[in-house]
Write a protein that binds this ligand. Structure first.
Ligand code: G3P
Ligand code: MG
Length: 479
């Protein structure tokens, strides 16, 4: 587990010591919570504690969103190391991709032979797409994304695949299932070999831990994910409730819930780690069980450690976003980062000690390093070249994860206005400005990047009537 570096503390996060509210002398801050004074049937009793929330002093100092200007783009303490797999695992599912259209491929390869420089440039660039707020909102596609991906899949002047991968802080279901869903809504095949969810790099942790509590996501899919990653005994909170429903006092545990569980005698089980893979669908249960294990003696339920710090098992969160865009018409919704902060505050309130934890996902460097590996291996699959393109464009909607991470990693960054970032026309994010600019949507960003690398005249459609003899820089390709 990481160690906490005092230099990381930020003075502005510490809650001011607010004096108690009283009738005679309300402090300016306490007075900000006015109590109606014209009620005949009530009397007003002075509060015995401050009306200001305690969160500031309880929160982990690294919980606030990082900004390129003020911080170093990580939610983890200095000295923390995040294991990632040495090389991405190729899935069988991805090898069963649709057979290529042979005649078109032959034609395209003839066109490509005539335009070697453009081909080299096309293989020397790549896109890394965020999903929520860039390609989709939940299960609803963002329409311009379809055209952008189609173009990158070969519907362009060279008929060439311009490499791209998807890098999302989302998760909670197996990669295969999410890729099937994305392929359907985006109307292009998405392979698991070009896909990284927040928890995908966490498969490396299976080398270190056997019995893990896995939280988040629908049903018990998080347990299935952990199984595919090689964890020997992944346990879902529902499995624990099947053993003892009273562990979560407010939860009504149904027969349908029980049907999906794998109960064990948890009084005899020692947990090695806690993994939060996605948004909790049952905050009360998940928080209770996570706190139980953090406070337990050596990861054993029903126990309480004398010294919670020395016997505490490690906890890993798959990502740290506070909010994310959804189909909801109002502002973005709370997500895993908000859940984590609540756990941190509860732990600090119960023990007086800061919770040491590890957060994966964007903008964490480990996630970007892993993305490089996936991109390199994807290049090998689509172009038979084991090399990392030099000109990488991250397209994201969240300045505090996609953009800050991409900037720190030396990628070109594009911010789109279809998700978390809602800046006005011509405005970039102040704290984490996108280096390549702000665009109305993903298609605009992709067009601008492709034209920068392959020339302003580059045609963003494949021309089925192309004549390779006349092609190369031929103008007959359609716009
Ligand atoms: O929970 C936040 C997550 O859904 C964000 O996903 O694709 O925007 O990184 P993405
Ligand atoms: Mg997003």
């Amino acid at each position: 587990m990481p160690h906490y570096d005092e230099e990381e503390s930020t003075a502005e996060l510490v809650a001011p010591d607010v004096p108690l509210a009283s009738h005679s002398g309300l402090s300016p801050r306490a007075a900000a919570l006015p109590i109606p004074s014209h009620a005949d049937n009530t009397i007003s009793i002075p509060a015995s504690r401050s009306s200001m929330g305690d969160a500031g002093s309880l929160m982990h100092n690294l919980s606030l969103s990082p900004s390129t200007k003020a911080r170093r783009g990580s939610r983890n303490s200095f000295g923390t190391s995040l294991p990632i797999p040495r090389s991405p695992r190729r899935s069988r599912a991805s090898l069963q991709r649709a057979a290529p259209a042979v005649s078109r491929d032959i034609l395209a390869s003839q066109v490509q032979d005539m335009a070697k420089e453009k081909v080299a440039n096309a293989k020397n660039m790549a896109f890394v797409f965020d999903i929520d707020g860039v390609l989709a909102h939940g299960n609803e596609p963002i329409e311009p994304a379809k055209e952008a991906l189609k173009m990158l899949n070969g519907d362009n002047e060279l008929g060439i695949k311009i490499p791209y991968i998807l890098l999302t802080n989302g998760g909670g279901k197996p990669e295969v299932a999410r890729c099937e869903q994305l392929s359907e809504i985006l109307e292009v095949p998405i392979s698991t070999d070009q896909f990284i969810q927040s928890h995908t790099p966490m498969q490396a942790l299976a080398e270190y831990y056997e019995t893990v509590l896995v939280c988040g996501g629908e049903g018990v899919q998080a347990r299935e994910v952990a199984q595919t990653y090689g964890f020997k005994n992944p346990v879902h909170p529902k499995d624990i409730l099947a053993w003892d429903p009273s562990a979560s006092p407010w939860r009504v545990f149904s027969d349908a819930d029980r049907a999906m569980t794998k109960p064990q005698d948890f009084s005899q089980i020692k947990f090695d780690a806690i993994l939060v893979f996605a948004d909790s669908r049952d905050y009360a249960t998940d928080m209770q069980l996570i706190l139980d294990l953090l406070l337990a003696e050596d990861g054993k339920l029903l126990t309480r450690a004398q010294d919670p710090v020395s016997s505490r098992i490690p906890i890993y969160f798959s990502q740290g976003d506070l909010v994310f865009p959804t189909e909801h018409k109002g502002p973005p919704r709370l997500t895993q980062g908000a859940f984590r902060i609540a756990i941190e505050a509860q732990y600090k309130a119960l023990t007086g000690v800061e919770l040491e934890r590890v957060v994966y996902g964007k903008p964490e460097r480990a996630t970007y390093t892993y993305a490089d590996e996936v991109l390199r291996s994807w290049m090998e699959q689509i172009h038979n070249e084991n090399k990392l393109p030099q000109n990488i464009y991250m397209i994201g909607d969240n300045p505090q994860s996609d953009i800050v991470g991409g900037n720190m990693y030396g990628w070109n960054t594009c911010l789109v206005r279809t998700g978390v970032f809602q800046g006005k026309d011509g405005e970039n994010d102040k704290n984490n400005p996108a280096s390549f600019g702000v665009f109305d949507n993903v298609l605009e960003a992709v067009k601008a990047a492709v034209r920068r690398e392959l020339g302003q005249e580059f045609k963003l459609k494949w021309n089925p009537k192309v004549n390779p003899i006349l092609s190369g820089d031929d103008d007959s390709a359609v716009e």
